[in-house]
Design a protein. Structure first.
Length: 234
């Protein structure tokens, strides 16, 4: 659960509210949830949910708004006034600053202020976006490694299939040579078979992979994956 100050919330955090309201609901002590939580628990604006706080005990809250998933605030957001009434010593996880266009860079001043806190740092909007992209790139790197291993296994499988085909068809190849097949024709037959196997596997793999990739991207549409692109080299 994350708390934020409702006043001027839109200047620092963009909550794409799909139903209900954002800052007004937070100021009224209501709870905001993301669409994934609402769908999983069959909740809507106006639903009353039971909550339990470690310091103040059990209570209830009304759902005041539903927003699209936001990795910056998580799945539950409420106003700071309601939050402070249930927590004596809240832990601040971040301070969001908004600057006017043309303002000087705050980086040097923030660095001087944060030198006393080794575990605290700051990021600009672009740096935060870059850090999120780096996380995704790391996951994609793992996928590419697994893909390379799959390709290697596929190549080994094709080679083994061709070797068995040659060894098990020794008499057949000898018969073909006896009835007039030329040596170059025999040499061309083996690569042709390997090409057919590779093409068949590639076509089936592309069709199934594209279908599974589209289904995966569609299932992640609420997590910010809104565009589906096929990586066709230019």
């Amino acid at each position: 659960m994350v708390a934020a100050t409702p006043a001027n919330l839109s200047r620092t955090v963009t909550l794409h509210v799909t139903s209900g309201s954002g800052a007004p609901a937070m100021a009224a002590g209501q709870l905001l949830i993301d669409t994934n939580t609402a769908r999983a628990n069959h909740l809507h604006v106006g639903s009353v949910v039971p909550v339990r706080f470690a310091q103040t005990g059990s209570s209830t809250m009304t759902i005041g708004g539903i927003y699209k998933p936001n990795p910056l605030v998580g799945g539950f957001v409420l106003g700071d006034r309601f939050f402070l009434s249930h927590f004596d010593n809240p832990l601040r996880i971040g301070v969001l600053l908004g600057t006017v266009p043309g303002a000087p860079d705050l980086g040097p001043a923030l660095n001087r202020m944060l030198t006393r806190y080794a575990n605290v740092g700051y990021k600009t909007r672009a740096q935060f976006l870059q850090s999120q992209q780096n996380k995704i790139n790391q996951e994609l790197g793992l996928v590419y490694v697994l893909l390379a291993l799959a390709v290697l296994v596929a190549l080994i499988g094709i080679v083994n299939t061709l070797m068995l085909s040659v060894f098990e068809r020794t008499r057949e190849i000898g018969l073909l040579r006896a009835v007039g097949m030329k040596r170059r024709q025999v040499r061309a037959m083996i690569p042709s078979e390997s090409l057919i196997v590779a093409l068949f596997g590639a076509v089936v793999g592309i069709v199934i992979g594209a279908g599974l990739g589209t289904a995966l991207a569609w299932s992640l549409r609420d997590d910010g994956v809104t565009n589906i692109a096929v990586p066709i080299p230019a």
